[in-house]
Design a protein around this ligand. Sequence first.
Ligand code: 2U9
Length: 346
Amino acid sequence: MSQAPNLEELQRQALAELAQAGDAAALETWRVRYLGKKSVLIQTLRALGGLPPDERRAAGARANQLKVALESGFAERKRVVETLALAAGKEALDISLPGGPVLLGRLHPITAVVREICGIFMRMGFEIAEGPDVETDYYNFEALNIPADHPARDSFSTFWVERQAGSAGPPLLLRTHTSPVQIRVMEKRQPPVRVIAPGRVYRYEATDATHESMFYQIEGLAVDRGITMADLKGTLAQFARLFFGPERKTRFRCDYFPFVEPGMECAIDCFACGGKGCRMCGNSGWLEILGAGMVHPEVLRRVGIDPDVYTGFAFGMGVERMPILKYGIDDIRLFYSNDLRFLRQF
Ligand code: 2U9
């Protein structure tokens, strides 16, 4: 059986030799001898597996100490040698070598899509408005024509926020849509109003391929004298063409949301099959992209806008759904699981 190497002696000898290494070539020779694959140190580390467990622990700790000492000694000596070479006018770096790849940061795909969509509406004359993620029951529900006993509350499964002990006030929640932002805007000003409200929203729901408990919404609101459904349809058709491609057709069908009357869903013709029907559109030829409608008179009244004088349209979309449809992504969770292989594709 071969004798265990004397690691103290090895360390002393290695560091003494390292102190003598005066140029890059000598450093490399030293590195191969003491840290290379065939070095005593690496062989010792490899042999640890064959030792009985109690011996292995102690021998492993010692070998690791040696490894750290040699590696840090080497890094320090390399720095000294390079500095001395530079000071002596010898080039330590070969500046003619091609550079390595530089990893650049990039926007998260959802940030990029939020910016793209907001850009489209800003060019149509909308301005951006933002508001708090933690809202009151009033702004999230009551002001939007959803009283406490309204059945629609079930479809907005809510994260309620506990108040700090001793703090009194109305019930708090994580907003389930960005609509409170538009309510706050209308409270402060009289029409004309044209705003886009992008931001995070929260739903107390199980996560699966099509649901996340936090996701992004972009909502829009336009209120003025004489606004009609034709304005809404024209605005959304233009959005569909600018985001999904100039050929896109739009289809509007009735839907129900408590804050709009009439309410509608907007779909585009399926660009995967050209409207013939395929797996992506569930054979219908259409892809639903958002919900919309004419602002409910009661919602206008509550913020002090006279519904006999003014009318408005509103719409709302789940942001993740837009790139999911555009790029054929099959799972919403990919956006929030920090897998760089996915995120780097955008
Ligand atoms: C005010 C008045 C009306 C916003 C609207 C929708 C229809 C809608 C959904 C799309 C997918 C939510 O993320 S989603 O689940 N939204 O269908 N949103 S109308 O209506 C408003 C907003 C603010 C003051």
